[in-house]
Design a binder for this molecule. Structure first.
Ligand code: SF4
Ligand code: SF4
Length: 235
């Protein structure tokens, strides 16, 4: 069994010296479920209703959560450990729509006002960073966006959706990048200027990432990946 290449690929070590293996049956079942989502996009000729694209996005979230949670006891991540929430999370159009609906569902009040003010100020910060090859089209290309996000993260701002208790206030609707951000090395490696952290990566997460991008195009005719604040304040 230990010589099985699949088991070898699914075996990881963490900072506590533990070695663990993702269940091969769970892994294969998850890949098969993702495969069916890819098949559905293909059968539809790459064009889906927005409603179906959103349902499939939720299905992808469920699949990656199941894999992550199956090995969560071996991760360094825990509630309230939120250094990673300084990253500038880029999402696709469908994910942006899930977040927009979440903000719209939030009752009027101080939390919604704080989110709105935080999103606006992060957008201003992002647009003020000098990462773009063409300043008239900020963050228009993937290299521009990555360079801008990297510069942004050095500023150490937390995500607008992180509460004072250091818990995510939109946990059920958080995007894919936040769902696959499991870390094997010490939490301090996620602090600015430390690390880099060693992340728990596997084929299910990579396939899910590709499918989420495909769904942006199939459901919304939009294959862009943009930071959350830009989707929610400029679109
Ligand atoms: S990714 Fe890093 S900062 Fe975030 S919860 Fe995990 S260990 Fe903590
Ligand atoms: S959406 Fe939630 S989990 Fe993701 S960076 Fe923001 S606060 Fe953290």
């Amino acid at each position: 069994m230990a010589d099985d290449p699949l088991v070898r690929d699914l075996t990881f070590s963490n900072v506590r010296g533990e070695t663990f293996t993702v269940s091969p049956s769970l892994y294969l079942a998850s890949l098969a479920e993702l495969g069916r989502i890819g098949d559905r996009i293909g059968e539809a000729g790459g064009s889906l209703s927005q409603g179906e694209a959103l349902l499939l996005l939720r299905e992808i979230y469920r699949i990656v959560d199941r894999v992550g949670e199956s090995v969560s006891s071996h991760m360094s991540c825990s509630a309230g450990c939120a250094a990673c929430c300084r990253m500038m999370v880029a999402v696709t159009r469908g994910e942006g729509e899930i977040l927009r609906a979440r903000v719209e569902r939030e009752p009027e009040g101080s939390r919604k006002d704080r989110w709105s003010a935080g999103l606006l100020s992060r957008t201003e910060t992002l647009l003020g960073l000098k990462g773009s090859a063409d300043p008239s089209r900020p963050l228009a290309t993937l290299p521009d966006m990555l360079a801008t996000c990297e510069a942004y993260e050095k500023k150490g701002f937390f995500c607008p959706f992180l509460g004072a208790d250091r818990l995510c206030e939109i946990y059920e609707d958080r995007p894919l990048m936040c769902r696959i951000c499991w870390t094997l090395t010490a939490p301090r490696d996620c602090d600015p200027g430390e690390g880099p952290p060693l992340k728990f990566r596997n084929g299910v997460f990579f396939r899910a990432f590709d499918l989420v991008i495909l769904l942006g195009k199939a459901g919304f005719g939009d294959d862009r990946h943009r930071p959350i604040p830009l989707w929610l304040t400029l679109e």
